[in-house]
Design a protein around this ligand. Structure first.
Ligand SMILES: Nc1ncnc2c1ncn2[C@@H]1O[C@H](COP(=O)(O)OP(=O)(O)OP(=O)(O)O)[C@@H](O)[C@H]1O
Length: 249
């Protein structure tokens, strides 16, 4: 991470020449993304650019070609479950909560069975999640389907944290949330980085994402159109014209 180091540390997550798609339709055409340890990296871009596809390929729920290397390990032959065990966690765009189950049951299921066996301290992880999101603790017995939009997003993040990930991937966490709630969620991103979690943040809300990220990529029709330190991207005229506009989060 040090800018002065002659041999920069290998990124925790390295995506190189990634191709993925659906049937014959190729969506990603040779993507390169690096996530250094302890950083927040954002991928911004328009609808349909391939942002969710990128995360699905990294998780292994979608077949892909190219290199996905995590913590020095090539994930090509690694199953979804083993990717979670290795330390990858995804908060999907649709949150995908168990709506008819209580908040706490959603969290406990997030530390899914093999993980609970391997990580016997899951109860203390649950307390850590409650410390991060006191509102979830207050509502631990409430059905997930009755939570507000912001609380659902907190629960989706909390559930992913139950597997004690090294890398947390967030797919449009601000989607459908009021500006104040977006701020709260992005504050959490900063708090998590401070605890050592590395974060890959997919967002359409470019302004909020670039404020919280260290580095950013602009993804357009399956390829990286622009990349750089987030503060540079936030002042780049192409990003301003296309993604920042006059709207404030
Ligand atoms: N299951 C699927 N089957 C076929 N095509 C798909 C499927 N999922 C996504 N696509 C297509 O792949 C392209 C990229 O979709 P993707 O969801 O990755 O974009 P995105 O950048 O995340 O967009 P958004 O910001 O709107 O969520 C789109 O053209 C979409 O229609």
């Amino acid at each position: 991470m040090s800018a002065t180091s002659s041999t920069p540390a290998a990124p925790l997550l390295r995506i190189e020449g990634l191709h993925a798609g659906y049937g014959k339709a190729e969506v990603l055409s040779g993507l390169n993304i690096n996530l250094p340890k302890g950083s927040v990296v954002t991928v911004i871009g328009p609808n349909g650019a391939g942002k969710s596809t990128t995360l699905n390929a990294i998780m292994g729920v979608l077949p892909s070609r190219g290199v996905i290397s995590f913590d020095g390990q090539d994930l090509a032959q690694v199953s979804l479950e083993d990717r979670v065990m290795a330390g990858l966690a995804l908060v999907p765009e649709k949150r995908e909560l168990f709506t008819t189950m209580a908040v706490e049951d959603n969290l406990v299921l997030g530390g899914f069975k093999p993980m609970r066996q391997r990580v016997p301290q899951w109860r203390s992880t649950l307390e850590e999640v409650y410390t991060l999101f006191p509102r979830l603790k207050e509502r631990r017995a409430q059905l997930a389907g009755t939570l507000s939009g912001g609380e659902r997003q907190m629960l989706a993040v909390g559930r992913a944290l139950m597997s004690r990930p090294k890398v947390l991937m967030l797919d449009e966490p601000s989607l459908g949330l009021a500006p104040l709630v977006v701020r709260e969620i992005f504050r959490t991103v900063t708090q998590l980085r401070a605890t050592g979690v590395s974060i890959l943040l997919i967002e359409q809300n470019a302004r909020a994402a670039l404020e919280v990220a260290d580095y950013g990529y602009v993804l357009e029709t399956g390829a990286i159109a622009l990349e750089g330190p987030a503060s540079d991207l936030a002042t780049d005229h192409r990003v301003i014209e296309t993604y920042l506009g006059a709207k404030r989060a």
